[in-house]
Write a protein that binds this ligand. Structure first.
Ligand code: ADP
Ligand code: ZN
Length: 349
């Protein structure tokens, strides 16, 4: 992870890459910002650049098929190395292509959004959306390397910076109180993209996330804590027809799920308030939930992937930097009454 890595691919391309067929997969926005630049740096490798329209809507079967057929038309073989240059959409799509093309080829993640840096590029999850929902078809397929060029963050719109910061705070809130406090106090520097502050929190968040994932590769147990804020967050995204950015929905989800822990007596009012004040600094307030009908929310919660026997389950805090664990379980059922109470309390704040 360093600035200017994109300008110097020799530093991160695996040995033997000259004998490989390089395919850059990106979206039309990122192509303009960084695709052509990378293409120029790789001129000796004669790479193929394929791009598709930006946005979650493109993450579907059709795009996958179009890209794969292009690769086949260009005679890309089993020795192809894909460079996934872009945000989470590009990473998930290119990773899924790598997983199935000729029964699996290698790929490198080059995440260009903060969300992709701290979230989707690590952990090997790949996939596409269908009309039934997001990420329903996919597999685990690990990249050979993840290359992070911090300079890409300079062109990222502020809303997308905040989108990723929420996931950083999510990790700290569940797993690292010191980092939470440090990031909380440095929030103005972070929002102004002070490089060393930003780099420091990204490194810390990545370290925690990698620790969690290596302990639980197949998403069964410990990894569940990465879903903090996501039971409510996913329901909210669905209700809003995916018009709300993921991080914004998760931030509101974190407020509600932290409030549940406060109501249960595990999280102090003071700790709740420090979470609330961080998100206020990011421009996210619980009152944004006012427009959501509680019953609509309650039915949306019932169709979460983490559910068991139709019962929604939550990661619950046991203080900042700690999650509540019961008999080895990291997610817990909460009564509808409690959830409604938390929703009402957060939206009235
Ligand atoms: P995610 O937020 O999951 O990483 P996307 O892949 O959809 O999602 O990226 C969000 C948007 O930001 C897309 O429109 C994409 O083209 C654009 N984008 C990605 N990286 C950058 C960047 N470094 N600078 C500016 N825009 C970018
Ligand atoms: Zn998330």
């Amino acid at each position: 992870m360093e600035p200017h890595l994109l300008g110097d691919p020799e530093r991160w391309l695996p040995a033997g890459s000259l004998e490989k067929r390089l395919v850059i997969i990106t979206d039309k926005n990122v192509e303009k910002y960084y695709g052509n630049h990378l293409l120029n740096q790789l001129i000796n490798y004669k790479p193929l650049l394929l791009s598709f329209p930006p946005g979650e809507k493109s993450k579907n079967y059709r795009t996958k098929q179009t890209l794969e057929e292009e690769m086949l038309r260009h005679h890309c073989g089993k020795d192809t190395l894909i460079l996934a240059l872009g945000g989470g959409v590009v990473g998930d799509m290119a990773g899924f292509i790598a997983a199935t093309y000729m029964r699996g080829i290698s790929y490198i993640q080059i995440p260009t959004t903060l969300l992709a840096i701290v979230d989707s590029s690590i952990g090997g999850k790949t996939g596409i959306n269908t009309k039934q929902g997001k990420n329903l078809i996919g597999t685990f397929w690990h990249p050979t390397a993840v290359v992070i060029d911090m300079n890409c963050l300079l062109t990222l719109p502020q809303a997308h910076l905040i989108n990723g910061l929420v996931e950083v705070f999510k990790i700290f809130i569940t797993s690292d109180k010191d980092s939470f406090n440090e990031a909380r106090h440095g929030i103005h520097k972070i929002m102004n993209r002070d490089f060393s502050t930003l780099e420091n929190i990204i490194q810390r968040a990545l370290k925690i996330k990698i620790d969690i994932i290596t302990q639980d590769e197949k998403d069964n147990n410990l990894r569940m804590i990465l879903n903090f804020g996501h039971t409510i967050g996913h329901a909210l995204e669905k209700i809003m027809n995916y018009t709300l950015l993921h991080g914004y929905a998760v931030a509101l989800g974190i407020l509600v799920e932290a409030k549940i822990a406060e109501l249960a007596g595990w999280l102090s009012a003071e700790d709740y308030q420090s979470i609330q004040s961080v998100f206020l600094n990011l421009g996210i307030a619980g009152s944004q939930l006012k427009k959501i009908n509680i019953n609509t929310m309650m039915s949306a919660i019932k169709i979460d992937k983490k559910n068991k026997s139709g019962q929604a389950r939550y990661v619950l805090l046991n203080g900042i930097g700690q999650t509540y664990r019961d008999n080895g379980a990291f997610v817990h059922a909460v009564s509808d009454d409690m959830v409604k109470k938390a929703l009402a309390s957060v939206s009235e704040a």
